[in-house]
Design a protein around this ligand. Structure first.
Ligand SMILES: [Zn+2]
Length: 343
């Protein structure tokens, strides 16, 4: 397992210190699986100001399509050959097709009746329940033998900085025969890793991270938690690997509960930093991908400058696919680890 770091130094004359020579360290890291690179730089204090989220909630609720008074009236239905009944309902959770689909089978899962749930009020039950609804949908597709029921993927954009246009908590649910770019790269790299080392990459990764310790967070059930060595997010990424599981449909109810619990630990820490938004993606293989392990990546999102609407993704990330992280992942892990100690 190679954790490659290229250290860099920037020399400048600092106007804050009478133009004395000033050296700023930063580094470039490479993901051990794909080689995807990430800059660790700036080393600022990870602290942001939250806007008035209650006001945002109140302002968006009257026209929200996912609120209980509208969701069963104005959201679309699947045709009966895909989903008899049109929508999938479980208590106050509803799954229906996305009116603006990203895939042949592209759904939205509304996580409950509440229009706005602050990040720290998202409970393990709320999260696990919504993930369970997505799995129920995937199971129906699988049993019907739908040709697009190959990769079963769940994305979560929570609050506007993450790319979400709707405040009401919801998941994006995809089933398709074409994996997205990074997932495709990971599947190919995992296969090559198995051929070169005779081992499953994620099993080696967890073993290496556990032994080294600086990014390892803990284990809940059979979910292993760590901070990414080369994160994509400006405040690091939290990764969960599920032992022995290759694809979404192999997750048990207990796995969902354990993943949900770990996510709430991450949310609690990032809330302390003033972060109120995140992306979360499930990376899943197919039945054939025995060398793949299901993992999810939780990546906090923020505004660089809220007053003028500056997002935390610029040209470096968007067009070079280069990660930028403003602190050492090991320092973020140090702050997260105590939360995982109590499981
Ligand atoms: Zn709503």
């Amino acid at each position: 397992m190679k954790f490659t770091i290229i250290p860099k130094e920037t020399v400048l004359l600092n106007p804050l210190q009478e133009m004395r020579r000033h050296t700023v360290a930063n580094e470039i890291r490479f993901d051990p699986l794909t080689g995807r690179s990430s800059r660790i730089c700036h080393f600022m204090k990870l602290q942001w100001q939250k806007p008035d989220l209650q006001a945002l909630a109140e302002q968006t609720a009257p026209v929200c399509p996912f609120c209980p008074e509208r969701v069963m009236r104005i959201t679309p239905c699947f045709p009966p050959e895909i989903l008899p009944g049109g929508r999938l309902v479980d208590a106050d959770r509803v799954l229906f097709p996305n009116l603006a689909p990203y895939e042949a089978l592209s759904a939205v899962a509304v996580m409950g009746a509440a229009h706005y749930i602050p990040m720290t009020d998202l409970t393990p039950d709320t999260i696990a329940g919504a993930l369970g609804l997505c799995l129920a949908f995937f199971r129906i597709l699988e049993q019907a033998g739908h040709p697009e029921s190959v990769y079963h993927l769940i994305n979560w954009n929570y609050m506007p900085p993450s790319g979400s246009s709707i405040v009401h908590p919801h998941l994006q649910v995809f089933a398709g025969s074409t994996a997205p770019q990074l997932l495709r790269e990971e599947i190919a790299a995992a296969r090559a890793y198995r051929q070169a080392h005779g081992a499953v990459y994620w099993e080696d990764l967890v073993a290496a991270e556990r032994a080294e310790g600086s990014r390892y967070l803990g284990r809940i059930g059979r979910t292993e938690w760590l901070c990414a060595f080369a994160p994509m997010g400006v405040a690091g990424d939290v990764v969960a690997v599920v032992d022995g599981v290759c694809r979404t449909l192999e997750l048990t109810r207990q796995d969902l509960a354990d993943l949900a619990r770990g996510l709430t630990h991450a949310m609690a820490l990032y809330d302390e930093m003033g972060i109120f938004s995140f992306n979360m993606n499930v990376f899943s293989g197919t039945q054939e991908d025995e060398d793949f392990r299901l993992h999810l990546v939780f990546s906090p999102r923020t505004y660089f400058n809220q007053a003028i609407g500056t997002p935390d993704v610029g040209a470096l990330q968007h067009l070079y696919h280069e990660g930028v992280c403003l602190a050492f992942p090991e320092e973020i892990a140090q702050r997260l680890r105590p939360r995982f100690a109590g499981r």
